[in-house]
Design a protein around this ligand. Structure first.
Ligand code: F6P
Length: 325
């Protein structure tokens, strides 16, 4: 296999805090390895449209601390069709680019896998999503920051909850994963956590609220993962309300969880994974994701990242139930 000489980097799917730190690490590692490096604007949309930008060490100065992604991002349907990928490959070949690094989630990885198997472009994925739902890595870039952001909001909502003796049903993001809900629920001292990985137990939740009130609790926080129940926190609140008549409010935290300056963990994780991704591509690897096991970086075949299920720590539910009583 010929040595890689010129690689491109793009960010794809939902933005996640730390994507810029990953871009910075990828660019600077590529330059240290003697490679040419090009940025693709707006993810797969820019790859298909030919929206490319040369990058150098200074292009990524002062971005390690920034949320969002300077390369911009998109969710692109065309790339999931062979015609879209053919256009993308033509753009890469025209510029002499023989390797591609994509920072994104599992949807982005599916497209990347198709690109590399169909066209032989060397491809490495870097897990960037707040959801932490990718198999093969302990953490995805952005998860830690999103959890801290949600936690700050929950701490503030707790003030209102206790001042008004209210039950708050707080919806957090995570798509079909309960990873964010579990961590913020436990760390935020919630009385209940509802996640997609466990069947929704309305009887159990009502019992928790009833027993809590009997024990003198006057306010409650119930964290609901957006993918746990159709209709999210609003539905959970309405179902509870049909049985217990409560003073309640629903709060949907939404996209605030995606923004803001990355935590130290996300900056370090993004830097480690960015370096590992470039080193992998230089070593001739392709169709893999760079992930972490603790702080040790590892390469995982791309298809495993979505075919295998990332487990969440269900023991957090037990810890929450014991400590919130
Ligand atoms: O994957 C990240 C995420 O924020 C999910 O938690 C959420 O379900 C989704 O993206 C929202 O996507 P959009 O910003 O496209 O509405």
């Amino acid at each position: 296999m010929a040595a890689v000489r010129h690689i491109a980097v793009l960010t794809s799917g939902g933005d996640a805090p730390g994507m810029n730190a990953a871009t910075r690490a990828i660019v600077r590692t590529a330059l240290a390895e003697g490679l040419e490096i090009t940025g693709v604007v707006r993810g797969y949309t820019g790859l298909i449209a030919g929206d490319f930008r040369p990058l150098n060490a200074r292009s990524v100065s002062n971005i390690i601390q920034l949320g969002g992604t300077i390369l911009k991002t998109s969710r692109n349907k065309e790339f999931f069709e062979p015609e879209g990928r053919a256009k993308a490959v033509a753009n890469l070949r025209e510029r002499g680019i023989d390797g591609l690094i994509v920072v994104g989630g599992d949807g982005s990885f599916k497209g990347l896998h198709a690109l590399t198997t169909e066209h032989g472009i060397r491809a490495v994925g870097v897990p960037g999503t707040i959801d932490n739902d990718i198999y093969g890595t302990d953490a995805t870039i952005g998860f830690a920051t999103a959890v801290n952001t949600a936690l700050e909001s929950i701490d503030k909502i707790r003030d209102t909850s206790s001042s008004h003796d209210r039950v708050f049903f707080i919806e957090v993001m995570g798509r079909s994963s309960g990873a964010i809900a579990l961590l913020v629920g436990l760390a935020g001292g919630a009385e209940g956590i509802i996640i997609p990985e466990m069947p929704f137990d309305i009887d159990g939740l009502c019992e928790t609220l009833r027993v809590g009130r009997e024990r003198g609790k006057e306010s409650f926080i119930i964290v609901v993962a957006e993918g746990a129940v159709d209709g999210g926190a609003k539905t959970v609140a309405e179902l509870v309300q049909e049985r217990l008549h409560l003073n309640y409010r629903v709060s949907i935290l939404g996209h605030v969880q995606r923004g803001g300056s990355p935590t130290s963990y996300d900056r370090a994780l993004a830097s480690q994974l960015g370096v590992a991704a470039v080193e992998a591509i230089v070593a001739g690897e392709t169709d893999v994701m760079a992930g972490v096991d603790g702080w040790e970086t590892r390469l995982v075949p791309l298809p495993e990242t979505w075919e295998k299920k990332k487990e969440v720590n269900l023991d957090f539910l037990r810890t929450t139930a014991i400590t919130a009583s």
